[in-house]
Structure formats: C-alpha cells, structure tokens
Design a protein around this ligand. Structure first.
Ligand code: G3P
Length: 216
C-alpha cells in the first residue's frame, strides 16, 4: 500500500487552515456540494486555490461540472490551469470517464469520483486515472457492503499508479478500517480528522506530564 495520506473534505478555508498548518492533512478536496455547504460558489475556486496553496496544501481538488462532455472538459482544463497543485475531479459517468481518460492520457492528475462498483474502478485503472473516490458512508447507507467493495477496488489498483481515495467517512474508525483494508488515501470532514487525534486518555496523560514536579 502507498503511504497513507489524509485530506480535508471542506471548502471552508478557516476549517482547513489549522489542519494544513498542523500537517495532519496532505491537501484539500472539494466538490460542488461541499462548496454549497460552505456557502461558496464556483466563482471563488481560484481564490480558494490560492488560499490553500499559501497554507501549505500539496494537492487541491476541485470538481468539473456541466454534464455534457465538452463543458466538463472545458471546466476540467480550467481547474488544471489553476496551478501545479490542482487535481481535477470528474464524476464516474460515461461523460466524466471520457474526459478523465483523455486528461489522464495527457499526464494530468485526475480523480474519478462517486465510484460505486469495482467495475468502474477497473475501467479507471485501465486508462491510468490517478485516483478513485469511493463514498464509504453513502455506499453503506445504500446497503452495500461498502468496506468490502472499496477494498476490492483497491485490490484492482494494486501494482498500478491508481489508488483509492475514500470519502464520505462518518467516524475516525472508518479511516482506520479503510487503511486496514489497504486503502491508502482518505478525505474527511474537519471534525472527523481532529477526532483521529483526540482522546481523553491522551489528554489525561498530557495533563499529568505538565503537572509533574520535575517541570514545575
Ligand atoms: O466527498 C464526499 C462527500 O461529498 C460525500 O460525503 O458526507 O455527504 O456522505 P457525505
């Protein structure tokens, strides 16, 4: 498995900044829904890119939109033109796949998103798309054995340059279970990522260190 990486799934610069500053996350992922949730619009994408680049992100993901292939491709190219840190997301529809495959052939960093089946993953691997986003929580809600299906996707990626970047996590333990299943990359909401660090037993131990006579 590639070395694990965490990403923050948020379009709120104030939520992402401390995670980038702490080095907990490698980069930032967004999509149109996440922009909505943060009260942002697509017109703000260039500003968000600059903000996160300045905050130390090593990859910054934005998603193309527009449904039809020509519009998706135009927007995908606009996203890639933001700079070297940009990764473009396209949905795993027929149109999104065609655009993603074309860009991947040119060597561009592409993530195929909303991948739901191992067959879709196989298609992405066959054209050298760099990342697949599979939605753990949403797949589980829909009745899939989501962890097993996502582990199958990652198994198809083995030995290739494609990897799963799992999304729609609901708990810190989801990140652990995905890593145990061989999935190297996950993106999650800020509170889930901070929750990976926080534990009351750790806080109690840290408080005891601070209270030790040796450091008074
Ligand atoms: O990036 C994935 C996200 O948009 C889906 O997550 O939390 O809405 O299931 P969620």
């Amino acid at each position: 498995m590639s070395a694990p990486r965490l990403y923050v799934d948020s379009a709120d610069p104030e939520a992402a900044a401390p995670l980038l500053a702490s080095s907990l996350v490698y980069g930032v992922t967004t999509n149109p829904t996440i922009l909505d949730r943060a009260g942002r619009t697509a017109g703000e994408i260039p500003t968000l890119y600059e903000t996160w680049a300045a905050a130390g992100a090593r990859e910054i993901y934005f998603q193309a939109w527009g449904g039809a292939e020509d519009l998706l491709e135009q927007r995908a190219r606009d996203i890639l033109a933001l700079g070297d840190l940009a990764v473009v997301k396209v949905p795993a529809t027929r149109a999104g796949f065609a655009v993603g495959a074309r860009l991947a052939r040119e060597g561009a960093p592409v993530l195929l998103t909303a991948v739901t089946t191992p067959a879709q993953a196989l298609a992405a691997v066959s054209v050298g798309i760099r990342y697949l986003a599979a939605y753990l929580g949403r797949m589980r809600d829909a009745g899939f054995d989501a962890l097993t299906e996502i582990a199958r996707m990652q198994a198809i990626c083995a030995g290739t340059d494609t990897n799963v970047l799992a999304a729609s996590l609901r708990t810190p333990e989801d990140a652990v279970a995905l890593a145990e299943a061989g999935v190297p990359y996950v993106t999650a909401a800020p509170e889930i990522l901070w929750g990976m660090l926080d534990h009351e037993a750790t806080d109690a131990a840290a408080a005891a260190f601070e209270a030790a006579d040796s450091v008074q």
